[in-house]
Each structure stands twice: as C-alpha cells, then as structure tokens.
Design a protein around this ligand. Structure first.
Ligand code: NDP
Ligand code: GDR
Length: 329
C-alpha cells in the first residue's frame, strides 16, 4: 500500500486530497498541529480512514520523527498561512510557516529518506504584478504580498533541493481554486455565503474590497488530482494548474446574486478595510504543460462552481448550523 503524508490535511485542499488518495487505495497520514479546540470539520467524514499525527511546520524535529515513524512514499506539503491580508499583518509568522516551513520539511526528508516524492503547494500569487499574460511556468515572478514572497521562497527552495540533493521535489503552481470547503474569508465563499444569508433574510449587505480584481478560479477537487498526477511523473518538475479563463470579483457577484434572483448592486458596498495595501490585479494561467504531460484538465466551470457553493451555503444555513455543517458525515 502506498503511504502518503499530507501536511495541511485540515484545510480545503488537504481534505479533498485525502479523499482522493483514499479512493486510489493509499494509506493516508495527515499532519495536524496541536490546538486547544479541535477543528476537524473538513475531515470528519474520513477521520476513521486516515491516521492523524501531530507535527508543526515550525518544528523540524517533529517532522523528522513523523517521517521516521511513517516512512511515507509521498509527502504533500499543503500547510501554510494562506490568507493574504493576514500576511500583511503577520509577515514574519507567514514567512516562518509558508517559506521556512518548506525548508524544514525538505531538510527532514533529506535526513530521513531522500527517496520520498515531495509536492510543494506553489501559488499563482508568485506572479503578482504580472509581467506576462497568460502566465506559464516560464513567466518571471513579481510577488505583491508577504504571502507571495514567502511562497516564492518555498518554490525556489524546492527547485534548489531538487538540483542540489537530487530529491524528487516537484511543485504545482496552482491558480485560485474554491469549493464549499473554502475558508469563509476568501472572496468566493464570502460572496456565496452572504448571498445565501441575504436570500434567507439573515443579512442585507455584503462588504467587499477591490471589485476589479480578476482571478483564474477553478474547482478544488479538480486541482488536487493534478497534485497527485505531478508526483506520478518519471521525474520531478513544476506545473501551472489553471483553467485559462479569468473573471472579476464584480462578475463573481453577478453570477452568485443572479442565481438566487437578486441584483448584486442592491447589496454590495465597498468596505475600505477589505482593500489590500497592494493587490494582484489580474491572473490567468496557461496550463498547456499540465494538459499535455499530465493529461490534466478542469471539469467544473466557474459558474457551475459558484452555483454549487451557493446551494451548499443555503442548505447549511437552512439546517440552522454553521456554514461547514454539511461536511459532517
Ligand atoms: P487552507 O488555509 O484551507 O489550509 C491550510 C492548512 O495549513 C490547514 O490545514 C492549517 O491547519 C495548516 N497549517 C497552517 N499553519 C501550519 C503549521 N505551522 N503547521 C502545520 N500546519 C499548518 O489552505 P488551502 O487548502 O486553500 O491551500 C492549501 C495550500 O495550497 C496552501 O499552502 C496554500 O497556500 C496553497 N495554495 C492554495 C490555493 C487556493 O486557491 N486554495 C492556490 C495556490 C496555492 P489548521 O487547520 O490547524 O489551521
Ligand atoms: P487570493 O484570494 O488573495 O487570490 O489568494 P482571495 O479570495 O482572498 O482574493 C481574491 C481577490 O478578491 C479581492 N477581494 C476580496 N478578497 C477577500 N478575501 N475579501 C473581500 O472582501 C474582497 N473584496 C475583493 C482581493 O483583493 C483579491 O484581489 C488565494 C489564497 O488561497 C492563496 O493562498 C492562494 O495562493 C491564491 O488564492 C492563489
């Protein structure tokens, strides 16, 4: 049985990746950090089929112990401080988790078992203030937030450990991907959750920041499949994973509100605190390499995904539970 260790298993991608690996017959281990209140909402339905182990990206020794105990064949590093506004408020902590955390894990792999196949969750945020459109694996980087800078470090240290120590260390440069399991602070889920609340009479306004920002938004379950495909290749490499389409936050509002028969302009207002010190205006990925080499392609369209998210939020709110309640088995 192939063994996989997933860091960040309690996050959006970790939960979908764990499900996907289980469906492929993997023995799945998930690294979780110690908290005073446990929040396993996203993995509750698979908790009895995965093994949760304690560790932290800040603590290299904890990861050395885990690798020695588990002896995984594949390691997926999805853990990170992943919210960009928080990275402006906590830039040093973001660097510790999202940048240096990658080195700690790679070093632990080098010490314990250099044969491990390693996946790094790189991000389209590394392109930031884009110098070329659409963005490919060869597009120069220009990050626009402490998060983007930290991800760029994580990306290059992965390349460096591949070249310096001959590790099977690959990265997926994933563009934004969303789902009903997305954190409520990210713009797609913020919008769909508010739309559901407004429709149900539980809210009457939606504060937002930059409506002109454009993103290449895909569906998270499609994207975790690409992560697995990247580690099944004969050698390590980097791949852009994206839909090739871009939409504005304004269009996101139009799609979500019109789905429940409402006009977004009646509810949305600009909240200055939701505007970032520096933003990324436009992202659109060219995933030709992933399509050709991995045979990967997205299945769910942006509009369909937003409708899925509005429906999931509406159902959860109608059940009188919190927005993630429908994830529980
Ligand atoms: P989430 O924010 O939903 O999940 C982040 C995960 O990291 C959580 O499980 C969190 O644990 C864990 N974590 C955070 N800090 C630490 C730490 N110090 N030690 C151990 N675990 C930690 O992110 P997503 O699932 O959306 O994204 C997965 C990865 O992909 C991230 O690295 C993100 O930066 C990257 N990415 C995401 C994209 C997207 O559009 N979603 C696009 C491109 C890249 P806890 O539950 O305890 O907080
Ligand atoms: P992003 O996602 O920053 O691209 O990072 P987010 O959904 O937070 O923002 C997308 C764009 O929407 C604009 N925006 C708002 N964003 C939020 N969160 N809240 C608002 O009220 C709002 N109003 C407008 C933002 O300014 C931005 O331009 C995500 C994360 O998952 C990263 O970890 C990942 O690496 C990248 O996607 C790819």
């Amino acid at each position: 049985m192939t063994k996989a260790l997933v860091t960040g298993i309690t996050g959006q991608d970790g939960s979908y990746l764990a499900e996907f690996l289980l469906s492929k017959g993997y023995d799945v281990y998930g690294m979780v950090r110690r908290t005073s209140t446990i929040n396993f909402d996203r993995i509750r339905h698979i908790q009895d089929r995965v093994t949760l182990v304690q560790g932290d990206l800040l603590d290299e020794v904890s990861m050395i112990h885990l690798l020695r105990e588990i002896r995984p064949d594949e390691v997926y590093n999805l853990a990170a401080q992943s919210f960009i506004p928080t990275s402006f408020k906590q830039p040093v902590l973001t660097g510790e988790f999202t940048a240096l955390g990658v080195t700690r894990l790679l070093d632990a792999i080098r010490i314990v078992d250099p044969e491990v196949r390693f996946y790094q969750a790189s991000s389209s945020e590394m392109f930031g203030k884009v110098v070329e459109t659409p963005q490919t694996e060869k597009t120069p980087f220009y990050p626009r937030s402490p998060y983007g800078v930290a991800k760029l470090y994580g990306h290059w240290i992965t390349v460096n450990y591949r070249e310096a120590y001959n590790l099977f260390a690959s990265s997926g440069i994933l563009f934004n991907h969303e789902s009903p399991r997305r954190g409520l602070e990210f713009v797609t889920h913020k919008v769909t959750h508010h739309v559901a609340k407004i429709k149900l009479g539980m809210a009457d306004r939606l504060p937002l920041g930059n409506l002109d920002a454009k993103r290449d938004w895909g569906f998270a379950p499609d994207y975790v499949e690409a992560m697995w495909m990247i580690l099944q290749q004969p050698g390590p490499d980097d791949f852009v994973v994206a839909t090739g389409l871009t939409h504005s936050v304004r269009y996101l509002c139009e799609v979500a509100f019109s789905y429940v028969g409402l006009n977004w302009e009646d509810y949305v207002f600009i909240n200055p605190t939701d505007i970032r010190p520096a933003d990324v205006d436009l992202l659109i990925g060219d995933a030709s390499k992933a399509r050709t080499i991995l045979g990967w392609q997205p299945r769910v369209s942006f509009e369909e995904m937003i409708r899925i998210m509005v429906d999931a939020d509406t159902e959860a709110l109608q059940q009188g539970e919190n927005a993630l309640a429908y994830l529980r088995a």
